[in-house]
Design a protein around this ligand. Structure first.
Ligand SMILES: NC(=O)c1ccc[n+]([C@@H]2O[C@H](COP(=O)([O-])OP(=O)(O)OC[C@H]3O[C@@H](n4cnc5c(N)ncnc54)[C@H](O)[C@@H]3O)[C@@H](O)[C@H]2O)c1
Ligand SMILES: O=C(O)[C@H](O)CS(=O)(=O)O
Length: 317
């Protein structure tokens, strides 16, 4: 059977498929080459994608022999789940496989905001020794507000607790008596405004949906503390980018860490890249060697399970 991998996949998973007798074609840029992809896809029994391949009705119609779709991550905003369901094609994300890596990225962002080592290093290399300017702040006793209280948010909360932070969270779908809140030390709040008003850091952990698009925009920044930072490692489009630029430029908030953008890769001349206090990274929060090895192996194994006639417990449709 033939498997087509259209985006970055760690060797472990590719080798696992080959060891089990599958023929694998791998082009990590194919997700961006739509017409080539549409031409190639009918020949494959399984499709393995990441976040850039648009898996819509058109692609699924072309994928006449495809029996399963593996997703090398958890965000599903690039996949038309209804269209997959209608065609009886299970979609299998790498459930929880990169959550710890994202949680560590959020901790790194908060530490960078308060202890900017890269900037201090650059300054010392210029011959300066400015101890006053580089005096930082402690995360201890600061408030972290988590928007969305799913898998990643809880892993962030555990780590933030270890740093002595107060952690609050907003998620209308999580019950206030849910045991996970007690286990990870999150105090739930009832409204997004309440979270924004109290937080020194606001970290976003919701999927991109119609309801979450531009969930953080102009009026929300006005609620926030002037020294607060926004961290978005979830999806571009949840934070309104132009409103963010204006909020940082007018000092309504201190800055932001964005791992994800509304249009990826970053556009030439993007206003985001002109604001020093907006820190950008190329969608790498979930990318570590460990997480990608786990992700690739999990997806390879679950895809093979379906191709061999079994059922994957990780399938979302
Ligand atoms: N940057 C990266 O590398 C990276 C890596 C992994 C995941 N992600 C993104 O992070 C997102 C979250 O991942 P997760 O594993 O924590 O997902 P999850 O499904 O475990 O949690 C999402 C939470 O968001 C909540 N939610 C949904 N709509 C909401 C709303 N309108 N208001 C408040 N809460 C709402 C849900 O109730 C759920 O608890 C993913 O959907 C993905 O887009 C990014
Ligand atoms: O949704 C995810 O898991 C992440 O955004 C990482 S990736 O799969 O898009 O690389």
């Amino acid at each position: 059977m033939k498997v087509l991998v259209t985006e970055l996949m760690w060797d472990d998973g590719i080798e696992e498929l080959k060891r089990n007798g599958y023929s694998v074609d791998y082009d990590m840029e194919l997700g961006r080459k739509r017409s080539e992809l549409l031409e190639l896809v009918p020949a494959y029994d399984a499709l393995i994608v990441r976040n850039e391949t648009k898996v819509d009705a058109e692609l699924l119609d072309a994928a006449k022999n495809t029996k399963v779709i593996g997703r090398l991550g958890v965000g599903l905003d690039n996949i038309d789940l209804e269209a997959a369901k209608a065609r009886n094609i299970p979609v299998i994300p790498a459930v929880h496989a990169n959550a710890t890596s994202v949680a560590e990225y959020v901790m790194a962002s908060m530490l960078d905001a308060y202890r900017p080592l890269a900037e201090a290093d650059a300054d010392v290399r210029k011959g300066n020794w400015d101890r006053k300017f580089f005096t930082g702040y402690e995360l201890n006793r600061k408030t972290l507000g988590l928007v969305g209280l799913g898998e990643i948010a809880h892993r962030v909360a555990k780590r933030a607790n270890a740093f002595g932070m107060n952690v609050i969270g907003y998620d209308p779908f999580v019950k206030p008596y849910d045991h996970i809140l007690a286990e990870t030390g999150v105090r739930p709040v009832e409204t997004l405004d309440e979270l924004l008003i109290h937080s020194d850091f606001v970290s976003i952990h919701v999927p991109l949906t119609k309801a979450t698009r531009h969930m953080i925009s102009k009026d929300n920044f006005k609620c926030m503390k002037r020294h607060a930072y926004v961290i978005n490692s979830a999806r571009g489009g949840i934070v309104h980018e132009q409103d963010l630029v204006e909020a940082v430029q007018s000092k309504e908030i201190a800055g932001a860490y964005l791992d994800v953008l509304e249009t990826e890769p970053v556009q030439k001349g993007s206003p985001l890249s002109k604001v020093e206090a907006i820190h950008l990274s190329p969608h790498i929060a979930g990318l570590t060697d460990e997480s990608q090895s786990r992700t690739a192996m999990m997806v390879a194994k679950e895809v093979m399970k379906v191709l061999e006639g079994g059922k994957s417990l990780c399938a979302v449709v």
